[in-house]
Design a protein around this ligand. Structure first.
Ligand SMILES: NC(=O)c1ccc[n+]([C@@H]2O[C@H](COP(=O)([O-])OP(=O)(O)OC[C@H]3O[C@@H](n4cnc5c(N)ncnc54)[C@H](O)[C@@H]3O)[C@@H](O)[C@H]2O)c1
Length: 258
């Protein structure tokens, strides 16, 4: 992965061919990103806690995909996954963190366990993974880290306290990592999607008139698709984004404008 931008059109315009990409989270967004990076000629390692999900995604992606089963909410699980991915890919050029859960209820009703579970899966995993992958990127003097944040990291959605806190935490942690690692050629950015239909949101969207209410809040008048996150992820991982670091890119159909 080079950082020079050529003047003439190049089929490997993104500069990602042959790159080693670790994607954490084989859900809706992670698997769409895996397909997009593979389409750009990258080599993929995909990590998730859910082995069945990994198997079904890797069937679609083909036999060259490395799959790793690990609980990323623990430091040891995340470091183990990074070590296996490094070995399989011969170095990690790009890390995409697309792991997360949500539970919607008022602040007063959350238990200690629910709070901790959401923080450990959403936020701790981002720290452990980026720390482990970032260490070797710093040693190699190159790398791209992209974390999936959310519009909830900015807006005060009711019934989202732990989720929103985990995303606000990701935004600020990402900025500090970006600052510390900029001089080593490692960029760290976040993508903050609005509502996208995946397993994370499906049940909520199918209840009552939730979908309609949410669509009305988005200036473009609809929810987003997983595909609409892949272009931003490829761009931030590409050589064209070599001067972009510490940025939260909202991919939300204008949701954060209103
Ligand atoms: N879907 C949306 O509307 C939306 C909006 C904003 C942000 N996001 C963020 O995007 C990211 C991906 O979300 P998604 O919509 O693809 O969700 P998803 O539910 O489809 O996928 C999440 C994946 O995380 C995995 N996971 C959960 N706990 C884990 C653990 N301990 N270790 C390893 N893997 C674990 C799950 O098995 C699942 O495959 C999340 O960070 C989410 O918060 C999603």
């Amino acid at each position: 992965m080079g950082d020079e931008v050529g003047l003439e059109f190049d089929p490997d315009w993104l500069g990602l061919a042959g790159s080693g990409v670790l994607i954490a989270g084989a859900g809706g967004i992670g698997s769409a990103c895996a397909k997009a990076f593979m389409g750009a000629g990258a080599r993929i390692a995909l990590v998730d806690l859910d082995r069945e999900r990994l198997e079904s995604v890797s069937k679609e992606l083909g036999p060259d995909t490395q799959t790793i089963t690990a609980d990323l909410s623990t430091g040891s699980g995340a470091r183990h996954a990074v070590a296996l991915a490094e070995k399989a890919l011969g170095g990690i050029d790009v890390l995409v963190h697309a792991v997360g859960i949500n539970l919607r209820k008022p602040v007063i009703d959350f238990t200690d366990g629910e709070w901790r579970k959401i923080q450990s899966i959403n936020f701790d995993s981002a720290f452990y993974l980026a720390q482990a992958a970032g260490k070797s990127m710093v040693d190699r003097r190159r790398g791209r880290i992209i974390m999936l944040s959310s519009v909830s990291g900015l807006l005060a959605h009711a019934d989202h306290a732990p989720y929103a806190a985990s995303k606000g935490g990701i935004n600020q942690m990402m900025r500090v990592m970006a600052r510390e690692w900029a001089c080593y050629g490692v960029t760290v950015n976040a993508i903050a999607p609005g509502y996208i239909e995946t397993d994370l949101t499906q049940e909520y969207l199918s209840r009552d008139d939730n979908r309609l209410k949410l669509e009305k809040m988005v200036p473009v008048g609809r929810l987003g698709t997983t595909i609409e996150l892949t272009g931003p992820a490829l761009f931030l991982a590409s050589r064209h984004a070599s001067f972009i670091t510490g940025h939260v890119l909202y991919v939300d159909g204008g949701r954060t404008l209103v």
